[in-house]
Ligand binder design. Structure first.
Ligand code: PAF
Length: 275
């Protein structure tokens, strides 16, 4: 496996062949591994990037303490069959004088966008840059970051970027907790309480499967289910899964989405309700 630490090295490596691309911020886990393996299956060559993108952290968020585990990450990439890993530094991605941003409007006002100002502008900007640098054919993202995928699809369509986005299922721990790099912040007790998030989502899914379609009822069940487990609810919503607009009834593919704090750790999770 090659380690590429400059933009020219990535462009030289890419050549003419199709490339599957998995952008990450490192602290890799089984969720990332599933994206890399899928890319390895779909493409002749797979490139992973590892870059903790400062532009997507609001002031006061966990940029400084975000886990950095580069040696284990490189090993995981190699074990999953990645052909190369791109490890740019901040200077390379945001050189002095950097002044150009990609901003998807509307979709980024809701859910995580409402409480993490500037977060999606940071994501879309860095992902657009990475798409240009890598010239990748396909890019792989996890459904856990459902809003991120919706926003990135809008960006790719609006800017006519020649890349296909592929969304892969959420990978969960055996007790249901969605895998996340931030799970490693949790104490043993918090880790136990965190399972309340996926349990509340599963309860909503069961209600839906039994025939409940009213969003007010589904949402109330979500909020009640979460209330005993989480320390602070950021949001619990049931929305149109295509454009994140408000709905009264689940009469189209819909997203039940949660962001909540367990202690000081903010976790997100979701399920799709498909009538
Ligand atoms: O999902 C992530 O880890 C990040 O938002 C991404 C897509 C790598 C951009 O920094």
């Amino acid at each position: 496996m090659d380690t590429l630490s400059s933009i020219d090295a990535v462009r030289g490596w890419r050549g003419a062949s199709e490339v599957g691309f998995v952008p990450t911020m490192g602290a890799l886990h089984e969720g990332h591994a599933s994206l890399i393996r899928r890319s390895v299956t779909d493409n002749p060559r797979t490139l992973v990037s590892i870059f903790v993108n400062p532009a997507q952290f609001a002031p006061g968020e966990d940029l400084a303490k975000y886990p950095r585990t580069i040696q284990q990450d490189l090993q995981l990439c190699a074990d999953c069959g990645a052909d190369a890993v791109f490890t740019p530094d901040k200077q390379m991605m945001y050189p002095p004088g950097f002044a150009t941003w990609v901003d998807v409007e509307g979709l980024t006002d809701r859910l995580c966008g409402a409480t993490r100002p500037g977060h999606f502008r940071g994501v879309t900007t860095v992902v657009a840059k990475l798409f240009h640098i890598t010239g990748a054919t396909r890019a792989y993202f996890g459904q856990k970051d459902a809003q991120q995928v919706i926003v990135l699809r809008r960006m790719v369509d609006d800017l006519n970027l020649p890349i296909e986005l592929i969304t892969c299922p959420i990978i969960r721990e055996p007790d249901g907790l969605a895998m996340s790099s931030r799970n490693r912040y949790l104490s043993a007790l918090e880790r136990e309480r965190a399972t309340g998030i996926s349990k509340a989502l599963r309860a909503v899914e069961t209600l839906f499967q039994k025939g409940t379609r009213e969003v007010s009822i589904l949402r109330a069940s979500l909020v009640t289910g979460l209330s005993n487990h989480v320390d602070k609810l950021d949001y619990a919503e049931v929305l149109d899964a295509g454009n994140l607009s408000d709905i009264q009834r689940v009469d189209r593919p819909s997203l039940a989405a949660v962001a909540a704090f367990i202690g000081s750790t903010r976790l997100i999770d979701n399920v799709v309700l498909a009538p």
